[in-house]
Design a binder for this molecule. Structure first.
Ligand SMILES: Cc1cc2nc3c(=O)[nH]c(=O)nc-3n(C[C@H](O)[C@H](O)[C@H](O)COP(=O)(O)OP(=O)(O)OC[C@H]3O[C@@H](n4cnc5c(N)ncnc54)[C@H](O)[C@@H]3O)c2cc1C
Length: 408
C-alpha cells in the first residue's frame, strides 16, 4: 500500500508527528534510527504542556520556579514547572503508533531523492521508502533536510542527579541561580553560568550548571568544575550520583531552506527557542497543524511539491520568522554579557509585566507581545542594560522597527 508520509527520527518530534498524521488517517512509516531511550531530562512550563493535551505525561510538578539574583534577592516567577515523564510518554507514543498501524523501521535514513509524485528515502541498508511527503525529525544535525551554515551559539550544561544533603524546598524549583561567587577558573566571570535545580523529593535532587548562550560553547569540564565549586559554596554534599546529563543545544541554528522538498520538525527545523533552548512544546504544538496542512493538500490532489512548500509556512509562518529575529537579537546580546551584566539584565527582565516576560519565554508567544516585552525592557532597564540594548551590534530600536514593519 502506498505510504503518505515517511518520517525520519524517533525523538519526541518524530513520534508525536507520526501520531498526528496517523490519527488523521494517513499511512505512515517511521525510520527510527536507533531504538534508544530519549536522553534529555525535559523540563517544561506545566500550564503550556497541559494546554497542549500532554498533561498526562508530566512527572514531578513544582508549584513555582524561582530566580536567584544575589544573596537575599530571589524572584518567584509564579508559574508551575514540570519534568516530563519521558519514558512513559515514549512508550505511550509507541503503543499509539502500533494501534494506528504505523510502520516502525529501526534503520537510519541515508539520503532522499524526489520525483513528481513524491520522494524516496534510501536507508542505511540501501532499501528505499517512497512516500508523497518526507519529514526530517532527526534532531539538531538533520540527516535529510538542508540548512546552510552552522550554529555559532550554544547552550551547554553539566547536570547530575542523586542523593544529597540539601535545603532546597521540594515544591519550588530553581530556574536560575545567577550567583557566580564560586567562579575562579580561567574563563572567569566573562563566561557566566547559572545553577538549575529540580528537587525530586527528600534527599533526591537534580542540579545542573548551565551556560545559557555562548559561542563557542563553554566546555563540559569547566561546567563540571564550576558545579562542584558551587555545591561546595552552598554546602550541598552529594552522597551518591546515579545519573549525569551533558547538554549541548544550538541556539542560533540556521533556518532550514523553506523551499526544499523535504519537510522538517523539531531540532531539524531549528525550532529551538533562542532565549531558553527549549523546543519540545513547540514541536508538539506543531504536529497536528502540520498533519492537517499536509493531508488537506494531498486530499485535494495538490502535487506533493506544492503541498510541502505550503507546509513549510506552517512550520515557519512569517510572524514566527520575525519573532525569531527579535529572540536572536536577545540571545546574541546575552552571549556577550559578563556575569554581572547578565544579572542586571535578568533583574530588569523580570521587572517587566509577567504576561510579557512569559510571552517572551514561551514557544507560542505572539510577535506583538514579544515586541512589547522588548519595549518594556527598554523602559524599565537600569542604565547599563539599556546601554547594552541600544548600543550593541544591531541596536534594539532598529530591530524592533524592522520586525514590527515586517521587513525581516
Ligand atoms: C541534554 C538536553 C536537554 C534538553 N532539555 C530540554 C528541555 O528541558 N526542554 C526542552 O523543551 N528542550 C530541551 N532540549 C532541546 C530539545 O527539545 C531536544 O534536543 C529534543 O530532544 C529535540 O527533539 P527532536 O525530536 O527534534 O530530536 P531528538 O530528540 O534529537 O531525536 C532525533 C531522533 O532521530 C534519530 N536519528 C538520528 N539520525 C537519524 C537518521 N539518519 N535516520 C533516522 N533517525 C535518526 C535519533 O536516534 C533520535 O531518535 C534539550 C536538549 C538536550 C541535548
Amino acid at each position: 500500500m502506498a505510504i503518505d508520509v515517511v518520517i525520519a527520527g524517533s525523538g519526541p518530534a518524530g513520534l508525536a508527528t507520526a501520531a498526528a498524521f496517523a490519527e488523521r488517517g494517513a499511512r505512515v512509516r517511521v525510520l527510527g534510527g536507533n531504538d534508544r531511550p530519549w536522553a534529555p531530562g525535559y523540563g517544561v512550563w506545566a500550564d503550556r504542556f497541559e494546554a497542549l493535551g500532554w498533561g498526562a505525561f508530566l512527572g514531578p510538578v513544582w508549584r513555582d520556579a524561582e530566580v536567584v539574583l544575589a544573596d537575599g534577592e530571589t524572584r518567584r516567577l509564579g508559574r508551575r514547572y514540570a519534568r516530563v515523564a519521558k519514558r512513559r510518554m515514549r512508550s505511550h507514543l509507541f503503543d499509539r503508533l502500533d494501534a494506528l498501524g504505523v510502520e516502525l523501521v529501526w534503520r537510519h535514513a541515508g539520503s532522499v531523492s524526489h520525483r513528481p509524485q513524491g520522494s524516496v528515502v534510501t536507508d542505511e541498508h540501501g532499501d528505499t521508502h517512497a512516500a508523497a511527503v518526507v519529514i526530517d525529525a532527526t534532531g539538531h544535525r538533520p540527516a535529510l533536510a538542508r540548512r546552510v551554515g552552522e550554529p555559532s551559539l550554544f547552550q551547554a550544561a553539566y547536570g547530575q542527579a542523586g542523593i544529597a544533603d540539601h535545603t532546597w524546598s521540594d515544591d519550588v524549583m530553581t530556574f536560575m541561580d545567577l550567583r557566580t561567587d564560586h567562579v575562579q577558573d580561567a574563563l572567569g566571570p566573562q563566561a557566566p553560568t547559572f545553577l538549575y535545580v529540580k528537587p525530586m523529593g527528600g534527599a533526591r535532587v537534580f542540579v545542573e550548571e548551565t551556560s545559557l548562550v555562548r559561542g563557542p560553547a563553554v566546555p563540559f569540564s569547566v561546567l563540571r568544575a564550576r558545579l562542584a565549586a558551587r555545591l561546595d559554596r552552598l554546602g550541598v554534599v552529594f552522597r551518591a550520583v546515579d545519573d549525569t546529563e551533558l547538554c549541548l543545544i544550538p541556539m542560533d541554528a540556521p533556518l532550514p531552506d523553506l523551499d526544499q522538498r523535504v519537510l522538517a520538525t523539531g531540532g531539524a527545523a531549528s525550532l529551538v527557542h533562542p532565549a531558553t533552548g527549549y523546543q519540545l512544546s513547540r514541536a508538539l504544538a506543531l504536529a497536528p497543524a502540520l498533519a492537517e496542512g499536509v493531508l488537506d493538500g494531498l486530499g485535494t490532489g495538490t502535487d506533493p511539491a506544492h503541498v510541502v512548500r505550503d507546509a513549510w509556512r506552517v512550520v515557519w509562518p512569517d510572524e514566527a520568522l520575525r519573532r525569531r529575529e527579535l529572540l536572536l537579537f536577545g540571545a546574541r546580546l546575552l552571549a556577550t554579557l559578563s556575569a554581572a551584566d547578565q544579572r542586571a539584565f535578568f533583574r530588569s527582565f523580570f521587572d517587566i509585566p509577567g504576561a510579557l516576560w512569559r510571552a517572551y519565554l514561551s514557544d507560542d508567544g505572539s510577535l506583538a507581545d514579544t515586541i512589547r516585552a522588548m519595549a518594556a525592557l527598554l523602559c524599565v532597564a537600569d542604565a547599563r542594560t539599556r546601554w547594552h540594548l541600544v548600543r550593541s551590534g544591531p541596536r534594539l530600536p532598529a530591530v524592533l522597527a524592522r520586525v514590527a514593519g515586517g521587513g525581516a
